[in-house]
Design a binder for this molecule. Structure first.
Ligand SMILES: C[S@@+](CC[C@H](N)C(=O)[O-])C[C@H]1O[C@@H](n2cnc3c(N)ncnc32)[C@H](O)[C@@H]1O
Length: 220
């Protein structure tokens, strides 16, 4: 089937778009991307500047005071979320890598948001299960191991306030999600996750066919 979109999303076009939005890429974000690129292969896990800008925008849109991120890596997405928080707001970050998040910590310091970020180095499910259920979360971003997505979702949905947002990255998995020949574990996990979100009447949701596919769900 022919591509229904005529827009060629080149990196130059993304740069143009981001530079014409609020919160253009500053030196801290640019340096963080460069430092992450030097890691080689893992750098592909980092969200793009356009998605980072959208995260700041959505965080502002819901007036987030309390946010949770599952999958921090070198801290690009967390920096974008932290920058969108209201005064006094906090972001809880979940990851298992001391090495990768150390890069993030330095960037957060430099950006002046380190005091808003609480990084927990532990399996995310343990961290999420330990969160209180009576302290409402305004925004949650899931971007860690794909087989864990549904468990993270089930822990987060009851904690997100009505009108709050749950976001999940990579849900179209480079298009593999609709390739029946692809039965790889991550692909199957994301298929299960997408089906569960679509059937979950606690939320209203869309999958944005941008980036690598981004679920944006609003808690009813
Ligand atoms: C795709 S990267 C996150 C990218 C990040 N959001 C960004 O934009 O730069 C996934 C991260 O999830 C972390 N991770 C994988 N399994 C995890 C688990 N069970 N608990 C917590 N973090 C985990 C990895 O260490 C990795 O840093």
């Amino acid at each position: 089937m022919a591509d229904i979109r005529a827009l060629p999303v080149t990196s130059e076009l993304v740069d143009y778009a981001v530079s014409h939005g609020s919160w253009p890429v500053d030196a801290v974000l640019a340096d963080l991307r460069a430092e992450t690129s030097a890691l080689g292969g893992p750098a592909g896990m980092q969200i793009g500047p356009d998605q980072g800008q959208l995260l700041t925008f959505l965080t502002r849109l819901v007036g987030a005071r309390r946010a949770v991120e599952v999958g921090t890596f070198t801290g690009y997405s967390s920096l974008c979320i932290a920058r969108g928080l209201v005064e006094g707001g906090t972001l809880l970050c979940c990851d298992v890598s001391e090495e990768w998040t150390a890069i993030g910590r330095r960037a957060w310091e430099r950006a002046g948001v380190a005091d808003r970020i609480d990084l927990r180095l532990a399996p995310a499910l343990d961290t999420l299960r330990g969160l209180p259920t009576d302290v409402p979360v305004d925004l949650a971003f899931i971007d860690a191991d794909k087989p864990g997505y549904l468990d993270y979702w089930q822990e987060l949905v009851p904690r997100v306030r009505s009108g709050g947002l749950l976001l999940a990255d990579n849900v179209l998995w480079s298009g593999a999600i609709i390739d029946p020949a692809n039965t790889e574990a991550n692909t199957e996990a994301l298929r299960g996750f997408n089906a569960a979100v679509a059937a979950d009447d606690r939320v209203e949701a869309v999958i944005l066919p941008a980036f690598d596919g981004l679920t944006i769900a609003r808690r009813r």
